[in-house]
Design a protein. Structure first.
Length: 488
């Protein structure tokens, strides 16, 4: 059959031209003819049918989407729950763990950067002190002897540091070389020194630290490392503080002192050191200068911070009623030489008329007498001796509120007091009152004697204690408690 389009001859049974694909039969013939290969034999029919099906499906889909509910609005669509984020597998390489290398231990020695050699020594009370037990606190370690003039010269500065830093986390240890305990104790008491002393009787610890001259001081950090070494005496308190800056605790601060009463700035306070025997004014000698260092200056400076205007009397000085009545509070700093009758009467009148008196006594040898204390019925006698000489037994009283202990270096004890006096503090049971000064405990000598108390006298008040040194170092909170009780 010949194609009418291209003229190509095709087999008789063909329906489409093999060359151009045109139909070889008429439309009527094509509709009536039996398809050779089923209803979808021709591409055009297949495409039309497929397109129709797709259109029908799209129409049905849109119809369903726009079905209206009873109100004529499209029903709300509930959003599908959020899909959790797909976890994307990491392609980063897994690091290989690096083993932790422990630092090599520091060598033990006496040079800066070395681990401070450990030791165990006894203090003046017979207790054993170990350097390793102090790990976690910075330590100032000083080697000295009583026969060493440079050592003695730096002691007042070390005492000041001890008073100011003992509550800030710093540990001060001094190691005495090859001297017996009685000699060292007498030296400490005579010079009003309170810091701890350890006894290196055979010099072994000094040898460990390669001490070739004294004084020598080591400054050890809280992890036991020597950070500074000082050969020779310190020339000032600031000289010590320069070295302390390398080990001083950075996280420990001075706790705020809770004041019971803030004294007004117009209050006047008198320090009567006119009978001092070397406890208050030491190491000064006449003429006395309150601006220069002396044992009582720490207490004076603290009282000044409370708003008191403080006056210190030199020795000798005559006490009169006109003098005392100018002051709201008077502190009598021990009595080495007695007062005369007029001076005692002036004191009694002052307190009776509303004055406040802090009586600081001290040790009383046989044949001696604290005449001012005795005029109020308070009889101090003897010298306190023994181990653990501290006030540690108290009754509940405003003066003792929050107090756990008070240092008691060398003082006296009360053997008699009037009924109106109230005892609020006693020494430990390891201390006794040496009444005959033979440095031995006799049968009639009391153990743990009373040493701290108070009393009303006329319109005034008195607080008394048997050791001037005990309050010179400003132990807290007893100082603020006394001030508060006076102001009540």
């Amino acid at each position: 059959m010949q194609c009418k389009i291209c003229g190509q001859y095709n087999p008789p049974e063909a329906h489409f031209c093999g060359d151009c694909g045109a139909s070889l039969v008429s439309t009527v013939e094509l509709r009536s003819a039996e398809p050779a290969h089923g209803p979808f034999a021709t591409p055009r029919k297949w495409l039309l049918i497929t397109g129709a099906v797709i259109l029908i499906m799209i129409g049905v889909g849109y119809g369903l989407m726009f079905l209206l509910d009873e109100s004529g609005k499209a029903p709300p669509r509930t959003p599908p729950p959020p899909r959790p984020p797909a976890e994307i597998p990491s392609t980063a390489p897994v690091p290989t763990p690096t083993p932790t290398l422990m630092p090599a231990p520091r060598p033990e020695g006496s040079q800066i950067g070395n681990l401070a050699p450990d030791f165990q020594l006894q203090d003046l009370n017979g207790d054993t002190v170990s350097l390793s037990d102090l790990r976690g606190s910075p330590v100032m370690l000083n080697f000295w002897a009583t026969w060493c003039p440079p050592c003695r010269a730096e002691m007042p500065y070390m005492q000041q540091i001890y008073v100011e830093w003992q509550d800030k986390g710093l540990v001060i240890l001094t190691i005495n070389l090859r001297e017996n305990s009685s000699k060292v104790r007498q030296f400490m008491q005579s010079n009003n020194l309170h810091f701890p002393v350890l006894l290196d009787a055979n010099g072994n610890v000094a040898q460990k630290y390669n001490v070739t001259g004294i004084p020598t001081t080591f400054f050890i950090s809280k992890d036991g490392i020597i950070q500074e070494r000082k050969l020779g005496a310190f020339q000032s308190k600031e000289d010590i503080e320069d070295c302390l800056s390398k080990i001083r605790p950075t996280t420990v601060t001075t706790p705020p002192i809770e004041m019971t009463v803030q004294a007004p700035s117009t209050r006047q306070l008198l320090i009567d050191a006119s009978r001092d025997g070397g406890v208050w004014w030491f190491p000064q000698s006449a003429p006395f200068n309150p601006e220069q260092d002396h044992h009582g200056k720490t207490l004076v400076d603290y009282l000044s911070t409370l708003g008191y205007k403080v006056t210190e009397l030199p020795r000798p000085y005559t006490i009169t009623e006109d003098l005392l009545e100018q002051y709201d509070v008077v502190i009598r700093a021990n009595e080495y030489t007695p007062y005369n009758t007029d001076e005692i009467d002036a004191y009694r009148t002052y307190v009776r008329n509303g004055g406040k008196l802090l009586l600081l006594a001290d040790y009383v040898r046989p044949g001696e007498k604290d005449s001012l204390s005795a005029s109020f019925g308070l009889i101090f006698a003897g010298t306190t001796r023994g181990q653990a000489s501290i006030i540690c037994k108290f009754i509940d009283h405003p003066i003792t509120q929050g107090v756990s202990s008070i240092p008691y270096i060398v003082g006296s004890g009360l053997i008699k007091y009037p009924p109106e006096a109230q005892i609020v503090g006693w020494l430990s049971q390891n201390a006794y009152l040496d009444l005959n000064d033979n440095r031995a405990k006799d049968k009639n000598e009391p153990i743990g004697p009373p040493v701290l108390g108070c009393m009303d006298y006329g319109d005034g008040r008195i607080v008394f204690i048997g050791d001037t040194n005990a309050l010179e170092s400003v132990p807290q909170p007893v100082i603020t408690n006394i001030v508060g009780w006076f102001e009540q």
